[in-house]
Design a protein around this ligand. Sequence first.
Ligand code: C2E
Ligand code: MG
Ligand code: MG
Ligand code: MG
Length: 287
Amino acid sequence: RAKGQGGGGYVLFDRGMHEEALRRLDLELDMRRALEKDQFEAYYQPIMRVADGRLMGFEALVRWNHPERGLIPPAEFIPLAEENGLIVHIGRWMLGEACAQMRRWQRAFPRRPALTVSVNLSARQLLHPEILPEIRRILRETGLSARHLKLEITESAMLEDAERAIELLEALKRTRLQLMLDDFGTGYSSLSYLHRLPIDALKVDRSFVMHMHERVEDRSFVETIVNLAHTLGRSVVCEGVELPEQEALLRELGVEYAQGYLYSRPVTAAQAEMLIIDDAVHAGRRR
Ligand code: C2E
Ligand code: MG
Ligand code: MG
Ligand code: MG
């Protein structure tokens, strides 16, 4: 009960609400220390080229190795980190970590076509006044070339202040990195707005890919997005590809890149390195 009964006027939380509030507070305190204690870890999920099945790069996805609670997925702490501002620090760490890792891989595998790394950027990070110098510094310090870094931004991140967001994206583009519009289809962007965004690719949300092999409407929806993207000169990445039937449809539709459990779940850096080696072996065999 959130309200006192009758004339008392005091507020009574029920046990569930109380426990939830404590849990959140706990998590928030732990999160503040997690960075110093090095408890965050970058996982990597491969992104494949649909036409020939080659590995093109990875999306870096944060995990929290909590000493008592185990591996916590981003859905359970990123929203909280966005509210309390810690996302700026976590995000900065992820960018540095992912860029450094990708540069190490590029050095370790100099003969394969250069891989790219995609990093998610939340609205708070994008609108942070230091974002541009931060990114430039990270690229300089890690030695990763800007064209091998992709930033994933959601439509909702741009709703708050669209004009400012567009200016920022244009400034980011001038550093020559690539911009992806993440979770596309779940937001509200209008056509004219989409046209103005200096993005390189649309990432079609998993919720549309999931049923495209069994529901004509979903299939038409993906087809429409692909046509739209190609009309605007953008490429398409489909996320959440789990079945060969889905992959076959993407190939038919001319989708450039795919990501999903069909290829691999997000894995540790050490496991990702095995995927890079596998890809080289397969590419060698195809030749
Ligand atoms: P996202 O950027 O859309 O990332 C894709 C999510 O879909 C990942 O979940 C990935 O594990 C999952 N996924 C990929 N393929 C499949 C599939 O075939 N089947 C299913 N069921 N799921 C698949 P994850 O790693 O739990 O991340 C969730 C979200 O958390 C991300 O969605 C992103 O919005 C956010 N996130 C993750 N890392 C970061 C980060 O470093 N910074 C920020 N700001 N957000 C992050
Ligand atoms: Mg993403
Ligand atoms: Mg996504
Ligand atoms: Mg998504």
